[in-house]
Design a protein around this ligand. Sequence first.
Ligand code: FE
Length: 224
Amino acid sequence: MKRWECSVCGYIHEGEEPPDECPVCGADKSQFVLLEDRDTPAPENPREAIETADTDAGDLKIPGKIQSVLQKPSVEQVATFLSRYHAHPIMVHIPNGVLPLALLFTFLALAFESGTMAVAAKLNMIFVFLAMPIVIVTGLLDWIFRFKAKLTQVFKIKLICAGVVFLASGIIALWWFIDPEVYLGRSGGAILFALFNLINFSAAATAGWYGGKLVFHNPGKKVT
Ligand code: FE
């Protein structure tokens, strides 16, 4: 039985032929490499850049800690470091943990015309909006340096969903300020407002589902 590895996400497929499409990241057949044929040359791995980086700062006798501060890390090295310590999955759980609460408070505010729930919903949504830039930046770095910036269907969906969550969270947060009584249903925009909240939540859930697939359904990818 031959073993094929997806060169984008590391998924391992066993069979005579590689699959038409990677079930994890959506990369096409051409992205699969036969593992047995991969002895030389070694695949490009940004992590190796850090491990083999020249740490010799010359003949100067500078203590190691200061030496490392003097060496300016490249974007690639920072990205590799963040990827190694799972910065994106960690960061994404912050707004993703709060977003369902914001949705719950919004619907409680709408259902019971509760001002307290409305305040809770507004504050939670502002928090989600403010947390999104770091989620997007760490996600982009992971995509570029870990997944070689391959724009497969899965990454397209994740990028679009991230943009939707960022924009929708901002619009909803702003909406609370422009029309603080939207939850009373007297403004006529209550249904549209609820719909916006549902779209926002759905986009976050979709991005999370694909992210989970990349992380958990992918034993072939070794993160060292
Ligand atoms: Fe893949």
